[in-house]
Unconditional design. Structure first.
Lengths: 478, 140
């Protein structure tokens, strides 16, 4: 006899689409909700998350020919595994608020760590400590619960950040529930669209072993701060202008920085790193402020790439060149005219400018902030680690753009390129096919003209590696 | 016999003769002889002997029957009186089943996360207070 929940597929607008094409009502897996500034806000990058749950060694159900015919006609899928869907980890439509651990005796335990909820902030000044509760699950005959205490330092967060606070997010779970990755991060919510942006600091790992009643539960560092944020030394130095007026940016060389955006588990249970890499070569000889009496020129060629376990799966190119000449030199003020050319992922803009309109000559933000204070680890993540990773080319009065990583969901993330013209509403958003735990998703880039950053969603199916992205509403596989 | 007597007898005989002729004519008109002649041709009905007549004795007064009933020995192979009621006991103020056993593995859902408890043994009591044990097969 086969029994259970045979309904699996993509849920959109609280309806599931079955393999036979039929649709029926199904609870939309909810994202975690947080009360922010008087409103309940759904943390939408969790709405499309799906974690696989599998009992080790459980065989697939055997159906007779007649049973298989019936199941196919009805759209049923009798699987020997399940999915925890959405930020609240819903199983068969019911949010659990935790994951399931299958111990060596085959008993199932619901694992909850309230302190690891992303709705809570923790000071980096003290180590993280929490209570892990294992509650017997799925067997109504027995009811038992056990609590275990765990603690860990944050992963070597530098002293300059320890006055701050961050959050945790259960971001990956092994199918048997014996381990989970907790991302230490800070978070901002886009003022444009409500899209959530997370800045990883480090990654912790919780492990569970042995029978639930007498388990070994431990918390440790999976990726330290320095492993998560590998910032290459800036090849830039500030030099005094030979005329003594203003300051110059003179630099040449290359630079590469890599940030780990997620740590997951592959099919064998090993760690799988998802990373953003920014690399570039620079030749700068240009005044930083309008106080110089000499002209100059600069060139930069950069790449933003997404990597899965060290393999580049998607990348875009950026190039920037500028030349400037002073046309007015005063005792306390100088003005310069400049001509520039910018290209981002094949979109090019050429133009001219004048420092009488713009206080300084523009150049890629990475070069500028890297030169100003390398100890702040300011790189393609503008203003340091406490902001979403992106490359920002400041406005030249005609054009600006940025490249960042857009989370359709925590498991579906791709490069987002925003370019803008003169008008505030004249903005175009380009979304490239994202990277999932299974690799680069199929599809063509999506371009959306919009004054505000679009809120696009996506979902990943850990059962077969399928993915949807670019959706305008929450979607999730169950 | 005197002449008067002879004359009276002769008169009576003639009267009787006339009566018999009248009856014969009536019978001929009714056709009874024909019917009798036809019936004699049929198989004659067998005469059933009459049962001896028994005089009624009169109504008996109402009375209660008396019998000596010997209950059969309780060997277990005998009948079970419906209904069967599961034995219970009180634990911490709650009434729970007493003597119920489950198959250890139960019936697992296809994903292995849920177990539907499969009863192995039920300890019941029948309407006569006799113990009845029901053993159920292990589900596949």
């Amino acid at each position: 006899m086969t029994w259970g929940c045979p309904y699996h597929g993509l849920v959109r607008y609280s309806k599931i689409t079955l393999p036979n094409g039929a649709q029926q009502n199904y609870p939309q897996p909810p994202a975690t909700q947080e009360y922010i500034n008087g409103f309940w806000v759904g943390l939408q990058d969790g709405a499309g998350v799906a974690h696989r749950v599998a009992v080790p060694g459980l065989p697939a159900p055997e159906l007779t020919d007649a049973e298989q015919t019936q199941a196919t006609a009805a759209g049923w899928q009798w699987r020997n595994e399940a999915i925890l869907a959405g930020g609240r980890m819903a199983l068969h439509g019911t949010p659990l608020g935790g994951w399931i651990y299958i111990d060596p005796d085959g008993a199932r335990w619901l694992v909850r760590i309230p302190a690891a909820s992303e709705t809570q902030q923790h000071s980096f000044a003290q180590p993280f400590s929490a209570t892990v509760t294992l509650e017997r699950f799925g067997d109504p005959v027995a009811a038992e619960s056990y609590q275990y205490q765990v603690a860990s330092e944050w992963g070597g967060i530098p002293a300059r950040y320890t006055n701050g606070a961050g959050r945790l997010l259960v971001d990956a779970i092994k199918p048997d529930g014996s381990a989970a990755i907790l991302m230490v991060h800070t978070r901002t919510i886009s003022e444009f669209s409500g899209a959530i942006n997370r800045e990883p600091y480090s990654f912790l790992e919780l492990t569970i072993a042995g029978p639930g009643a007498a388990a070994t539960v431990a918390l440790g560092v999976a990726r330290s701060f320095s492993q998560t944020n590998r910032i290459g030394p800036p090849p830039f130095t500030w030099q005094a202008n030979s005329s003594g007026l203003g300051s110059w940016l003179q630099a040449s060389g290359s630079r590469e920085s890599t940030k780990t955006l997620a740590v997951r588990y592959d099919a064998a249970g090993a760690h799988q790193d998802f990373e953003l890499r920014h690399s570039g070569t620079y030749a700068y000889d240009i005044p930083e402020t309008s106080g110089a009496n000499e002209g100059g020129s600069s060139e930069a060629s950069e790449t933003m790439a997404l990597l899965l376990n060290g393999t580049v799966l998607d990348s875009i190119s950026l190039s920037f060149s500028i030349s400037c000449q002073p046309y007015f030199i005063g005792a306390f003020d100088s003005r310069m005219s400049y001509a520039f050319s910018i290209s981002i992922d094949g979109v090019s803009v050429n133009g001219t400018g004048d420092t009488s309109n713009q206080g300084s000559v523009p150049y890629p933000d990475a070069a500028k902030i890297g030169a100003q204070d390398p100890t702040l680890h300011q790189d393609f993540a503008a203003n340091g680690v406490a902001s979403e990773p992106h490359l920002y080319i400041p406005s030249a009065g005609i054009f600006f753009g940025w490249v960042r990583v857009h989370p359709f969901s925590r498991q579906v993330m791709g490069l987002e390129i925003a370019t803008s013209g003169l008008q505030a509403g004249d903005r175009t958003w380009k979304y490239r096919p994202p990277v999932t735990p299974a690799g680069l998703a199929p599809g063509q880039p999506i371009t959306i003209p919009s004054a505000l950053r679009p809120a696009l969603s996506g979902a990943y199916d850990p059962y077969n590696g399928a993915c949807v992205w670019g959706e305008t509403t929450s979607v999730c596989y169950v | 016999m005197t002449n008067e007597e002879l004359r009276r007898a002769s008169g009576a005989a003639m009267e009787q003769n006339r009566r018999n002729s009248g009856k014969e004519m009536e019978a001929n008109r009714r056709g009874k002889q024909v019917v009798a002649d036809v019936n004699r041709l049929l198989q004659p009905r067998r005469e059933r002997p009459a049962l001896p007549r028994i005089e009624p004795l009169g109504a008996l007064p109402a009375q209660q029957g008396v019998a000596s009933y010997q209950a059969p020995a309780r060997s277990g192979a005998g009948g079970i009186a419906s209904p069967l009621t599961e034995k219970t006991r009180v634990v911490d103020g709650k009434t729970v089943a007493d003597g119920r056993e489950y198959w250890p593995a139960g019936l697992k859902s296809s994903d292995g996360l849920f177990v539907y408890p499969a009863i192995k043994t039920l300890s019941m009591t029948d309407a006569e207070g006799a113990a009845v044990v029901i053993n159920l097969a292990q589900p596949q």
